[in-house]
Ligand binder design. Structure first.
Ligand SMILES: Cc1ncc(COP(=O)(O)O)c(C=O)c1O
Length: 459
């Protein structure tokens, strides 16, 4: 049975029967069934083309010919367990090392962002011999049990917070504790971590790691205020802990100006452990942990082998190398800078005409549009955000999704080949939808108040 020959309804029925119902689809009410893709476009079973603003995994573009070629050439030649000696893993590690600060020079290859973060927890624990972890509010770091424990976004809906996990405020200068009018939000938010560490110490516990995304994405496309990470790293290290930067979503040039999002915090800042995943293999499961010789040394010193069957196999590394080549050859960092700035600019220009746009933020092709029902209170406009997502898909064949604690932030993390035209089309469609929404809103208010006036007169 050729699966692509199934009618959409049949696929849905089989999916419902065979796949765990907690594995949700995008647009669960009316999912898009995709059968092929190219660049920033995906195609459904009827050949309808959608502009994809969601797939940050297909980093250099869906089905990029160079990636396909590298994968099939290596697959044709050899693929094996990562325990045989092979060139690809060392050549790839060497290329990754060139993108990172010198001290992050030891690599462990794994298969997913979750595996990378789980290993980062183990490395931190082994190196520091401490147990406790500080995470940011609303964070998500993966689906393994160890990571659910350090993901407030998940554990709040499940078993709750473990005694070894401590939650620091999200450094969100739009709706957090310290906002855009604060003279030094980076320092103020870093101090919240300092106070948390003091509290942990008062309870007789010790910090192993501070764990954070370099740009909190599930938290709502948040841009960390300047100086935050440097100060936090200082406090965490003086407590004997390490700083883990989760770059699973944000690495590989997405921010445009830098290869890694943690580098937005300035030259002087370097995490102790960096985890990476999603974009690395352009859709092939490839992920990694980079760390220092000291931390890796402590991990080795426990005498227990670290063995990962698939992590760093020749095919994965051939793909990883090809992704790095395409980023360079097609100047995708430059493209992210230019197109991301244009997208942000166009969205900012909508703000005076649409009161519902509370905030526009982002760097490179990591952009968020936060909708609010009133700008004063900054009340999340969750329903309207969902409506915009639905109408963009149904009327304009544009796929976007939402994030943030209230799902009120429309996020843009398209493949890095996203073009100026794509940005312009997307913003034009958002403008039209929001204008229609505004007219509908005014009309319904008039009807309600008119009706009210009529009832008053009548009485
Ligand atoms: C920031 C972050 N870290 C880790 C993960 C887990 O990665 P994976 O789904 O590849 O296990 C995700 C996945 O969404 C993520 O967004």
């Amino acid at each position: 049975m050729a699966l692509e020959k199934l009618r959409k309804e049949e696929t849905l029925v089989l999916r419902k029967k065979l796949i765990g119902q907690s594995c949700r689809l995008f647009y669960s009410e009316d999912p898009v069934k995709i059968v092929k893709a190219r660049g920033q476009f995906i195609f459904d079973e009827n050949g309808k083309r959608y502009l994809d603003c969601i797939s940050n995994v297909q980093h250099v573009g869906h089905c990029h010919p160079s990636i396909t070629k590298a994968a099939s050439a290596q697959m044709d030649l050899l693929n094996t367990n990562a325990r045989f000696l092979h060139d690809n893993i060392v050549m790839y590690a060497d290329r990754l090392a060139a993108t990172l600060p010198e001290k992050l020079c030891v690599f462990y290859f794994v298969n997913s962002g979750s595996e990378a973060n789980d290993l980062a927890l183990r490395l931190a624990h082994q190196y520091t011999q401490h147990e406790d972890v500080i995470v940011l509010d609303h964070a998500y770091h993966g689906h393994l049990m160890s990571l659910i424990d350090i993901s407030p976004y998940k554990f709040r809906k499940l078993a709750g917070q473990k005694e070894w996990v401590h939650v620091a405020p999200l450094p969100d200068t739009y709706r957090g504790l310290y906002r855009e009018d604060h003279p030094n939000p980076g320092q103020a938010y870093a101090d919240t971590v300092k106070y948390l560490i003091e509290e942990v110490h008062r309870d007789g516990r010790k910090i192993s790691a501070f764990f954070a995304e370099s740009l909190p994405s599930v938290g709502g496309q948040i841009i960390l205020p300047q100086g935050y990470s440097t100060k936090v790293a200082e406090y965490v290290r003086s407590a004997g802990g390490v700083f883990v930067a989760d770059e699973v979503q944000t690495g590989f040039g997405r921010v445009g100006s830098h290869f890694w999002a943690f580098q937005l915090q300035g030259q002087g800042f370097c995490p102790d452990i960096v985890t990476m995943g999603k974009p690395m293999g352009n859709g092939h499961p490839l992920a990694c942990v980079a760390t220092t010789e000291e931390i890796a040394g402590a991990f080795t010193a426990n005498g227990v082998e670290y063995f990962n069957t698939f992590g760093g196999n020749p095919v994965s590394c051939a793909i990883g190398l090809a992704v790095l080549d395409v980023i360079e050859e097609e100047d995708l960092k430059g493209n992210a800078t230019r197109v991301g700035a244009h997208l942000k600019d166009l969205l900012i220009k909508l703000q005076p005409r649409h009161q519902i746009i509370g905030d526009v933020r982002g760097v490179g092709l990591f952009v968020g549009l936060e909708l609010v029902t009133d700008r004063e209170q900054r009340t999340p406009a969750t329903e309207t955000a969902a409506l915009v997502v639905k109408r963009l898909k149904e009327e304009d064949n544009i796929c976007v999704s939402t994030d943030g604690p209230w799902e009120s932030v429309i996020k843009f993390k398209p493949p890095m080949c996203f073009s100026m035209d794509d940005a312009e089309l997307t913003v034009k469609c958002i403008d039209r939808i929001l204008t229609g929404w505004l007219h509908y809103h005014i009309l319904s208010t008039l009807v309600t108040t008119g009706l009210f006036a009529y009832i008053c007169c009548f009485h």
